[in-house]
Design a protein around this ligand. Sequence first.
Ligand SMILES: [Ca+2]
Length: 118
Amino acid sequence: MAITDILSAKDIESALSSCQAEDSFNYKSFFSTVGLSSKTPDQIKKVFGILDQDKSGFIEEEELQLFLKNFSSSARVLTSAETKAFLAAGDTDGDGKIGVEGKAAGNFIQVRLQNACV
Ligand SMILES: [Ca+2]
């Protein structure tokens, strides 16, 4: 499964171009631009499965740092400030990693619902 099976290459391109500068990454606007905010919970889980490169069931800090590279191999790595903010948003139980199943996906789905209400 490639990430482009779920998200359109055009949306990925515009999402990546919006955060080329260091410390300009915002996961909410990225998810929205890339089209993830409008995906079903099942599709979001599949994307999380791709982000979990070692298939540990969690997205660890190292994997988050490489987040943008899942969308394009030429994308930059996230800065440590961006990685920490992203981790804090998805890490609901404070264990330093994001669970692929359940809570984290739920958080992002909540973001999707909030966006839908605007
Ligand atoms: Ca992992």
